[in-house]
Design a protein around this ligand. Structure first.
Ligand code: F1P
Length: 599
């Protein structure tokens, strides 16, 4: 990775202090604040969007903080990572009776699976017994489809943890909740705190402890905040660990799949890799490893023009109602599946809009519940499924992106590329190779593609190289899917305007967004939201007194809830009228803007 220029003139420092100052959106935790860097991302051309994303991602590694926030590279953070790595090392020595459990909801749960299976494979390669397990809220179907509701259930979280760790004498539990907010994870942490003889809890998230969510959880005396406070006390004697650096607000407000997901991957990989090392875990070892990810980030964005071109191609497909398909190999393919599945809750996307497929399908994944194909079309994830179900319908309006590297079977990639090329010229590739090892056959694939981003990495140990390539692929895919949805009008300023309202966090986020954009009171906004959820112009007593759980459950069956609610609220029209306005103007941003102008 050659030295790479930083993005030109998005002044990171002056804006950083903006969001860090105590009076910047003071009622919101960092993970929900809006990022000053991306205020105009909804109107920016692709090249500027990529620059904004780069500047936002670079905030993860900023060291200096004049305020309260711990950072990824803070001394205290590095020391905590060293301590956790030592705990993992103890578990590796006693695989029979010990376990590391990774758990989370949505993206955090998907990454828990991604890393648990990746590190178990690595252990097997080194002739060790596997010690990693994962728990994702909603079970394996949540790996590839949006299942937001189980996130609200602390009892379910605790039960799943208990089940997966049955009979073990020592368990290191790593709960990930980027916003320090998911009740599912709070329930698990509480379970650990009540069974300290077996469980040591580690919490990964990206807000300072005092910003942990303090909303009461129905049927339960806990809040996320109360659990964190207990953990803080135990952290003083290393009976619990908090890994919660501030990363700065997400590029799209609240979209923790972006920086939150990337930092989760970085932190846990650094810890687990360090625990494998034969030499003692040192401060510098951890710090250097983190810095290698920073370089990988800069290196990825040194391809910003190519990333922007890909974003435009994907945007064109979505704008004309067509599809984007990621066809990947190995862990890069899995990242494609993850990125695609996040688009539904974030942008109100249909599962057909952006789809991922991985070579080998479920055989490649080794997930807890095995082959899920029979659960429905969303769960068809292999290249064969793509060939059977998608290829016959492909046209030049669809975008196909191949994700592969020099460690994959290039002949197989070429074969699939040929098949796709027969149906569409809109085929692109992101290819990772190592300097000095360029594969000649890869040229044939290039010729079939209308663009190829070639990432040429310096020599590294194979595991580390793979982790860096994965981060790079994640950043690329997040940029492509976010940019494409911006072009489709699913982002207003830097807010997700068509988010799903399928759990309590998303419901509150939607209500807050409506207040912010409309200037109406909290109760007026919530009323409009409920009308859109239940598709009625007048709220009955019954609806008004239903639980939040019923609201979010019902919201799962409706489409465009937030845009509908906003159009009704701003123009005073009926739900039917709002529906027809949104049909005439499917660019949600423009429909809402039109209402804002005339209100
Ligand atoms: C979990 C999560 C996100 C998802 C969506 C809903 O958040 O499921 O992964 O993208 O925003 O919430 P967290 O518990 O990691 O903060």
């Amino acid at each position: 990775m050659a030295a790479v220029a930083k993005p030109d003139r998005i002044d990171t420092f002056s804006t950083i202090h903006n969001w860090e100052s105590a009076d910047y959106e003071p009622t919101l935790p960092v993970s929900e604040k809006s990022n000053p860097l991306t205020r105009h991302i909804d109107r920016a051309p692709a090249s500027s969007i990529v620059k904004m994303l780069q500047a936002c991602d670079a905030e993860m590694f900023l060291e200096k903080s004049q305020t309260q926030y711990q950072r990824l590279l803070s001394e205290e953070m590095v020391k905590t990572l060293m301590e956790v790595a030592e705990r993992v090392r103890l578990i590796l020595k006693d695989p029979q009776d010990s376990l590391v459990v990774l758990s989370g909801c949505g993206t955090s749960g998907r990454l828990a699976f991604f890393m648990a299976s990746g590190f178990n494979r690595e252990l097997q390669r080194l002739n060790y017994a596997p010690v990693y397990s994962y728990v994702i809220a909603g079970g394996d179907r949540a790996l590839f489809s949006s299942q937001e509701a189980p996130e609200d259930d602390p009892t379910l979280g605790a039960l799943r943890l208990k089940k997966v760790s049955e009979g073990k004498k020592r368990v290191l539990f790593v709960g990930v909740s980027c916003g320090l907010s998911a009740p599912f994870v709070a329930g698990q942490l509480d379970f650990c705190l009540r069974h300290p003889d077996v469980y040591t809890p580690v919490l990964v998230g990206f807000n300072p402890a005092h910003q942990a969510r303090n909303e009461p959880i129905p049927g339960c005396t806990l809040t996320f905040h109360s659990v964190v406070t207990r953990m803080e006390e135990l952290a003083k004697t290393q009976k619990a660990f908090l890994i919660n650096p501030g990363l700065g607000p997400e590029a799209i407000s609240g979209s923790s799949r972006m920086k939150g997901g990337s930092a989760t991957k970085i932190l846990l990989e650094v810890v687990f890799s360090a625990s494998f090392s034969r030499t003692p875990v040192t401060f510098n070892l951890i710090l250097q490893h983190m810095r290698s990810y920073e370089k990988a980030l800069d290196f990825t964005y040194s391809h910003s023009q190519e990333i922007a071109a890909l974003m435009e191609a994907a945007g064109r497909s979505l704008q004309c109602g067509r599809q984007v398909c990621y066809l990947g190999w190995g862990s890069l393919g899995l990242l494609g599946l993850i990125d695609a599945s996040e688009c539904k809750p974030t942008f109100g996307a249909d599962h057909e809009d952006i789809r991922g497929f991985v070579s080998g399908g479920y055989k490649e994944l080794g997930n807890n519940e095995g082959d899920l194909t029979l659960m429905g079309p969303e769960f068809s994830i292999s290249h064969d499924d793509f060939l059977d179900g998608v290829l016959p319908r492909l046209t030049d309006d669809d975008t196909v992106l191949l994700l592969y590297s020099d460690s994959d079977d290039i002949d197989k990639v070429a074969k699939l590329a040929h098949r796709v090329r027969e149906k569409t010229s809109n085929i692109h590739a992101a290819y990772h190779q190592t300097a000095g090892d360029a594969a000649a056959k890869q040229d044939d694939i290039n010729k079939l593609c209308s663009s190829t981003i070639i990432f040429t990495w310096p020599q590294e140990t194979p595991e580390r190289l793979q982790h860096l390539r994965e981060l790079s692929t994640k950043l690329l895919l997040n940029a492509v899917s976010t940019g494409a949805h911006i072009f489709k009008g699913k982002v207003f300023k830097n807010y997700m305007i068509d988010l799903q309202v399928t759990n309590s966090k998303l419901y509150r986020r939607a209500a807050r967004l409506m207040q912010k954009l409309s200037g109406h009171s909290e109760s007026e906004c919530e009323e409009a939201l409920l009308k859109a959820i239940y598709q009625v112009d007048k709220l009955s007593e019954d609806i008004a007194t239903c639980s939040l759980e019923t609201h979010t459950h019902t919201a799962g069956k409706a489409k465009k809830v937030v845009p509908l609610a906003l159009v009704c609220l701003l123009s005073g029209c009926s739900i039917k009228e709002a529906e027809s306005r949104l049909e005439q103007q499917p660019i949600v941003r423009k429909a809402v803007e039109a209402c804002l102008k005339s209100s």
